[in-house]
Design a protein around this ligand. Structure first.
Ligand SMILES: NC(=O)c1ccc[n+]([C@@H]2O[C@H](COP(=O)([O-])OP(=O)(O)OC[C@H]3O[C@@H](n4cnc5c(N)ncnc54)[C@H](OP(=O)(O)O)[C@@H]3O)[C@@H](O)[C@H]2O)c1
Length: 194
């Protein structure tokens, strides 16, 4: 398959697949939900704001009334929410073909912290998805040919001569630059192979 002239039309049927997309209520997550459901996948969309998630579902259903979509609440900036999500997911589903770790905070106006006091971009984009992936590994492993897709950023190349991950100051307590914080987290977004 060539990537030069690739379009969504090149995506084969996704019939029979269950695909979970984080941050599916807007942007790339919404677009991926739209396209993958149009290919027959059962898409589980997550949103931290269910109203926004339901609006996203209505948008997709306007064009594709048969789209198989579920919506689940997930706030990746709170480990408690991630654990609750995992519990609910395990109660409802036995199969996960593709996990798309898409949600992300980008360049917040000021330094913010997650519920467990991590810098918001590191805590949400990186640690939140790391925990989520770990909690869903059992279902991924028991689903033949499952995949994990990580939505990262070209920003991972903009290291500015600094380390990939600021292990000595993970939360930028010593001085905050939202771009550097975003960049290091993108470089280090967790990739787990199953
Ligand atoms: N846009 C770009 O140019 C670009 C370039 C490279 C990579 N990316 C990456 O692509 C991904 C999607 O970005 P996008 O452009 O589609 O941006 P977007 O439209 O702002 O989407 C980001 C999604 O992440 C969700 N999110 C934010 N914080 C969350 C949290 N605590 N818990 C759960 N979900 C949360 C947002 O929910 P709310 O609607 O509730 O805020 C939204 O659904 C991100 O990981 C981003 O880093 C984007």
């Amino acid at each position: 398959m060539t990537t030069k002239s690739w379009t969504a039309d090149d995506i084969p049927s996704q019939q029979g697949k269950t695909i979970l997309i984080t941050g599916a209520n807007s942007g790339l997550g919404l677009e991926a939900s739209k396209v993958l459901s149009s290919k027959g996948a059962h898409v589980i969309m997550t949103a931290r704001n269910l109203k926004s998630g339901n609006e996203a579902i209505s948008l997709i259903k306007k064009k594709n009334a048969n789209a198989k979509l579920d919506l689940m609440h997930l706030d990746l900036s709170d480990f408690t929410s991630i654990h609750q999500f995992s519990q609910e997911f395990h109660n409802k589903y036995r199969q996960l073909d593709v996990l798309i770790n898409n949600a992300g905070v980008m360049f917040p106006a000021k330094r913010e912290l997650t519920k467990q006091n991590f810098e918001i971009q590191f805590g949400t984009n990186h640690l939140g998805h790391f925990l989520l992936t770990g909690l869903l590994l059992d279902v991924l492993k028991s689903t033949p040919n499952s995949r994990i897709a990580i939505q990262s950023s070209g920003q991972h190349k903009a290291k500015m001569g600094k380390p990939d991950i600021y292990f000595d100051d993970l939360n930028f307590d010593k001085g905050y630059n939202k771009y550097v914080a975003y960049t290091q987290k993108q470089a280090g977004k967790p990739i787990i192979c199953v």
